[in-house]
Design a protein around this ligand. Structure first.
Ligand SMILES: [Zn+2]
Ligand SMILES: [Zn+2]
Length: 225
């Protein structure tokens, strides 16, 4: 346990330090804005009452639908950064519970998935962080459901530059051929990642999977930038 965590009593919010039931208090939680008007395919926020964004209409992604818990902004972005870079387990635990809640709603609506596949990180990235944080996000789903969580069949075979500095076209080019998948018998797959920015990585992953027999991919993410 890190020094920082030792300083905070167990029951206080990691964002505002007020007393909390979990590691995030109700007030901070309610600030994680969820804007319901989103593209049905990639979950980007839409200003008008449209169903799809222009990008999905002109270049339909290889996944069908994106489910999202939060907007990647303010307190929520801070919380995700704390989780990813400081490896704060209580935050991972909090997110894992929230994600499980949404997952239950999704399978109620869509039926079960044959497998859940987290976006694979490169070996260099895992080494740098010490773990793949997406696996931690799936902990409660793994504990409470029978859904296969497959972390073995897909590998990242290309270490890409950080995509954050690239525009959409450059991202697509950089991520092309980044994944390699074994032949699989799953037809319906749910892909998981923490934050979706343009969706290029998840799109490339979905494309890779459709080449090895998967018929449909949906996406579940923690936050949409
Ligand atoms: Zn708080
Ligand atoms: Zn879209």
């Amino acid at each position: 346990m890190g020094f920082y965590q030792k300083l905070i009593p167990k029951q206080s919010c990691v964002l505002c330090f007020e007393t909390a039931k979990f590691c995030v208090c109700k007030t901070c939680e309610s600030s994680f804005v969820i804007n319901d008007n989103r593209c049905l395919c990639c979950a980007i926020r839409l200003s008008s009452n449209l169903s799809f964004c222009g990008e999905c209409l002109s270049h339909s992604p290889a996944f069908s639908k994106t489910y999202v818990l939060y907007d990647y902004s303010h307190a929520c972005a801070q919380l995700i950064k704390q989780f990813k870079f400081n490896h704060q387990l209580c935050i991972g635990d909090y997110f894992a519970h929230q994600l499980y809640g949404l997952y239950r709603l999704i399978i109620k609506e869509n039926g079960n998935y044959d497998a859940i596949i987290p976006l694979p990180l490169s070996r260099a990235r895992i080494k740098e962080r010490g773990y793949n944080q997406t696996h931690e996000l799936l902990r409660i789903i793994a504990k409470n459901t029978n859904t296969i969580i497959d972390t073995q069949s897909v590998r990242r075979i290309k270490a890409t530059k950080p995509l954050s500095s690239l525009n959409l076209e450059q991202r697509k080019k950089e991520i092309k051929g980044a994944f390699s998948a074994q032949a699989m018998s799953y037809k319906k797959v749910l892909l998981i990642d923490d934050v979706m920015t343009t969706g290029s990585s998840l799109n490339e992953l979905a494309k890779t999977l459709t080449k090895v027999g998967v018929e449909s991919c949906d996406v579940l993410i923690l936050a949409r930038a």
